[in-house]
Design a protein around this ligand. Structure first.
Ligand code: KIV
Ligand code: ZN
Length: 560
């Protein structure tokens, strides 16, 4: 970037608001939500939605719980006019859901807009004109009074037209478009002029929507503008102050949150932030941000994958893998230390009867939005033993003893280094099978019998004698021995007849599943006379056989 290029730009002016109160406020309740997916979202698509796609999106928005849905700009496009008619004529709008229609403040457009909503039960007529300095000078060549006249005439016509549709409950909405590019006192003057025409009151308030049509400043300045506006209005209780932010600087969510703290009551935006240029504010992120603060957003987002699915199909835009709350990778940890911390946090949370969510690196419980734990830990070459152990336990019920984690962790690290990509849980399990469960060389168990068994609780004595047939490098060998129990007897038989000395260092077992066909898994570590240690594992419906197999697995690995 050329050093001189910065001279092209002016810093955005600050608002003179010495006693601003919004920084001390919190968001403690959900705003009135309005989805503009079918209008602002749709008008920004490379390929706008077809009628059937619009219907699919409308159904989704109703399912999510939006009571106000901007369905289009019916006077500007025939498809939007027809879509609005279809919703009304086919009775597709549930009671309590207001259809919002956008129109410029021009006579023929307003009249056409009213034609589109004939027969509807509840409608918000949203009228706008641009008020910014730049648009006044560059686009419309109009002075301030002409802009006010345009807005007032539009407002008057909206009121007159509405009177012709007594079967419909109306709310009126006005937007000084490009509010963030307009002198604050002038935007207030225009809005008050419109309100003077509509004569709203606290029981029938007008919606005054203050758009960051282009996001031009840091979010605190937008919040200042909203607080200034709310505190300088002459008839505050007769207005619902609405926000409509775009994301040009990437701060639309923050700007909306601060502006809610500054007194706004309503938010317009889209699912996952679709919309003109960098998009409108993302309502899903906003709602889930509230949710993580213990505030009920009043929207059904418990199955975020379903929302993504419809959104991507209808808009033909993918949700980014890093998108807050929704992206494919946002509940996933690849780094070993993160995996370990998540593992410990989840174990603690699972062990508590009740309690607040507090798992490192996970600001939200993925199951609250319909995500499963399986996807939390994913394995690549940066992953640690903890992550591998987590996948084995959560996906396959295999709870390796902690001491075994480094052994299998390094096998998996080598494998993912070799493959150069992420390993799927099934590949990790296959590797466990081939490295521990399915190794039968040089020793393979053919038969195993416990010949005698005795235990005396009083004297704390137990005793067993076994006979086993083991294949050793292709040849069958029958071995017998005695020991404290069947495993000890088998270990003695192997040492005396086949391998020579070694030491058993670790033994662990657990059930793999329950019921009549329940299986068990045993883990054993042996130490060779040279001090090297080897882990093995074995599964069987009989726990004694599982442990014998685990012993042979570790000896096979020691012999390799
Ligand atoms: O961004 C904007 O200013 C708009 C208005 C029509 C509200 O979409
Ligand atoms: Zn917009």
């Amino acid at each position: 970037m050329k050093a001189t290029a910065t001279q092209k730009y002016n810093p955005y002016p600050r608002v003179d608001l010495p006693n601003r109160s919004w920084p001390s406020n919190i968001i403690d309740k959900a705003p009135q939500w309005c989805s503009v997916d079918l209008r602002d979202g749709n008008q920004a698509l490379i390929q706008p939605m077809s009628l059937s796609k619009k219907l699919e999106m409308f159904e989704l928005l109703v399912e999510i719980g939006f009571n106000e849905i901007e369905v289009g700009f019916p006077s500007a496009s025939q498809v939007e006019f027809e879509f609005t008619r279809k919703l009304i004529e086919d009775d597709l709008v549930p009671d309590g859901v207001f259809l919002q229609v956008l129109t410029q403040a021009r006579e023929h457009l307003i009249k056409k807009t009213f034609e589109s909503i004939k027969g509807a039960k509840e409608v918000i007529v949203h009228v706008y004109n641009s008020t910014s300095t730049q648009q006044r000078d560059v686009v419309f060549h109009m002075g301030k009074q002409q802009i006010i006249d345009l807005a007032v005439n539009g407002a008057r016509l909206v009121k007159e037209e509405a009177a012709k549709y007594p079967e419909t409950t109306f709310r009126f909405q006005y937007s000084p478009e490009s509010f963030t590019g307009t002198e604050l006192d002038f935007s207030l003057e225009v809005c008050e002029a419109v309100m003077d025409v509509w004569e709203p009151d606290a029981n029938n308030p007008a919606i005054i929507n203050l758009p960051a049509t282009v996001e031009m400043s840091t979010p605190n300045i937008y919040a200042d503008q909203i607080e200034w506006f709310c505190t300088h209005m002459k008839n505050r209780e007769a207005a619902i102050i609405s926000l409509h932010t775009h994301n040009d600087r990437g701060c639309a969510v923050a700007a909306t949150e601060l502006a809610l703290m500054a007194g706004a009551q309503r938010v317009e935006g889209t699912l996952f932030g679709n919309g003109e240029r960098t998009g409108n504010v993302d309502l899903i992120t906003l709602a889930l941000n509230m949710f993580t603060q213990g505030v009920d957003p009043g929207l059904n987002i418990h199955d975020i994958n379903h929302l993504i699915d419809v959104y991507e199909r209808v808009n033909r835009i993918p949700v980014h893998i890093r998108h807050p709350y929704a992206g494919e990778l946002v509940y996933t940890a690849f780094s070993g230390s993160h995996q370990d911390a998540i593992n410990k946090g989840m174990a603690k949370y699972d062990s508590m009867e009740a309690g607040h969510w507090s798992v490192p690196y996970l600001p939200i419980d993925p199951t609250d939005v319909g995500r499963t734990y399986e996807s939390i830990i994913r394995i690549n070459s940066q992953s640690g033993k903890g992550g591998v152990a987590w996948v084995m336990e959560h996906d396959f019920g295999i709870k390796m003893p902690k001491e075994m984690h480094p052994d299998f962790g390094s096998i998996i690290q080598d494998l993912s280094d070799k493959k150069g990509k992420e390993l799927k849980p099934k590949q990790i399990f296959n590797s466990f099978e081939s490295n521990y469960l399915d190794i039968h060389h040089p020793y393979d168990l053919h038969t195993f019998h416990v010949m005698k068994r005795h235990s005396n609780k009083k004297e704390k004595l137990s005793f067993a004698e076994i006979e086993a047939v083991v294949e050793v490098a292709g040849e069958e060998k029958t071995i017998t021995a005695k020991g404290n129990g069947p495993l000890d007897a088998f270990a003695n038989a192997i040492k005396e007849n086949i391998t020579g000395p070694w030491t058993l260092c670790h033994y662990n077992e657990h059930a793999l599943n329950t019921g009549s066909s329940s299986r068990a898994i045993a883990y054993i570590q042996v130490e060779r006379t040279d001090g090297q240690k080897f882990w093995g594992a074995g599964t069987d419906t009989d726990i004694i056989i599982a442990s014998v197999k685990a012993l042979l697995s570790s000896l096979n690995r020691a012999a390799a």
